[in-house]
Design a protein around this ligand. Structure first.
Ligand code: AMP
Ligand code: GLY
Length: 412
């Protein structure tokens, strides 16, 4: 079996590490990969959908797994399927549940899924008139993909008006901001739940806590994720029950009523409040850094569960009864201005954790930083303290210029 994994973050490194010991897999390719994936297979520098399709046809790829949202929203699954290529992920139309917040909000409202009250706007003046009647804080979202930057929590009318102006008139996110979702602010804690879909049923993984803010103590700007832990220590069985009844089940019914039978991942971004668990968003893929801790705890053979889902078979997910911690090491300044190109030293001396490179590339026998999120360190233990001690011990072993990481991942 030959596998192609699309993406180049630590998420894709975690998938590759999970698959690497499977003897049925003869070769893994990565588009475009990173320093970890280069050790496990071959990196391919092709990023157009047509280019990837031609590559998969030429190399007779048996299975393609897609990490990031952009190729899904651009229709990679449709293109691969049309050419008889096996691929795990939603078609373009289904990926709109992530690609269009207006569409996903309407989907949630239509199917009685517990979510923040919201309205969709296509016209600038209507959005402005609306926020003038509202209380603050208020959440303003660009409907389209904006690289995780399209959500603003406006604390007052002035900020709301200037956000609407920058999204709809200045078009800071291009077409992504011509339609807005404006919704009530929910106070609580966030949890991520990712489920496998076999086209008929959704099979949720352990709940994950993702640390989104750049600074320790949840300070500073939002990022792609600075660390994660699983199972989420705050998310109780009562929350799980609330999620299954008011979000998971109606989502499944909604998908079925739209005749959507996709095989891939669906990610529920949840906000747990005093009044219960609400759905903030869907992502139609695995999360990063959620995947790193999920893969660390997943007992099943990943290749088997994906193939079973593709065949429409039910799966029985099993997770180790342990705690997992993922610490993301970044380039200082992330998510804003960063400098890269620095050598990463001592990663081979790490003994307690798994090192999963992201924004890092091999050059000769050196590994250099290339991005904001440089690598993830992942460890498990009987307690969070034990897992946490391992990743922090290893973080102190690794060195590169401008290294930065949060000090409080796994502390609650
Ligand atoms: P989204 O892409 O819709 O998940 O939004 C990104 C982030 O914005 C979320 O992870 C939350 O931290 C925050 N957020 C989104 N919607 C709300 C809301 N209704 N209330 C409070 N925070 C929100
Ligand atoms: N960690 C959230 C995401 O992958 O979008």
């Amino acid at each position: 079996m030959k596998i192609l994994i699309v993406g180049h973050g630590a998420r894709e490194s975690a998938i590759a590490m999970k698959l690497k010991s499977d003897h049925r897999i003869t070769k893994m390719y990565f588009a475009k990969g990173n320093a970890t994936t280069e050790m496990l297979g071959q990196n391919v520098y092709e990023d157009s959908i047509e280019g990837l399709r031609d590559f998969a046809l030429k190399e007779r790829i048996d299975l393609t797994i897609v990490g990031p949202e952009a190729p899904l929203v651009a229709g990679i699954v449709d293109e691969f399927k049309e050419h008889g290529l096996k691929i795990f992920g939603p078609r373009q139309r289904t990926a709109e549940l992530e690609g269009s917040k207006a569409f996903s909000k309407k989907f949630m409202q239509t199917h009685g899924i517990k979510t923040a009250k919201a309205r969709v706007f296509d016209a600038y003046q209507e959005a402005i008139d609306y926020v003038r009647t509202q209380e603050f804080p208020l959440v303003i979202k660009a409907s389209g993909l904006a690289g995780g930057k399209g959500v603003v929590i406006a604390d007052d009318l002035e900020e709301a008006e200037s956000t609407i102006h920058s999204f709809m008139i200045q078009r800071v996110f291009g077409d992504a901001g011509i339609q807005l979702v404006i919704e009530e602010y929910l106070r609580g804690f966030e949890t991520s739940i990712i489920a496998f879909s076999n086209g008929k049923t959704l099979f949720p993984c352990v709940p994950v806590k993702d640390y989104k803010k750049a600074g320790s103590g949840d300070t500073g700007p939002n990022t792609g994720g600075m660390g994660s832990v699983a199972p989420s220590p705050e998310f109780t069985e009562a929350h799980q029950h609330d999620f299954e009844q008011n979000i998971l089940q109606p989502t499944l019914e909604g998908l079925q009523s739209y005749n959507i039978h996709f095989k891939g991942f669906i990610f529920f971004g949840l906000m747990v409040t005093e009044n219960g668990t609400y759905l903030l968003e869907y992502n139609m893929r695995l999360g990063d850094p959620e995947t790193q801790v999920i893969m660390a705890l997943l007992e099943n053979n990943l290749f088997d569960v994906i193939m079973d889902c593709l065949d429409g078979n039910d799966i029985n997910l099993k997770f180790r009864d342990e705690k997992a911690v993922c610490l993301v090491m970044c380039s200082g300044g992330y998510p804003r201005q960063i400098e890269t190109g620095f050598e990463i030293r001592n990663s081979e001396k790490v003994t307690n954790s798994q090192v999963l490179f992201a924004g890092a590339t091999a050059k000769g026998n050196r590994i250099l930083t290339t991005g904001g999120r440089v690598l993830s360190l992942v460890a498990t233990g009987a307690t969070f303290e034990e897992a946490r001690a391992k990743v922090y011990d290893d973080a102190r072993t690794i060195h590169y210029d401008y290294e930065y990481y949060r000090e409080d991942i796994g502390m609650f």
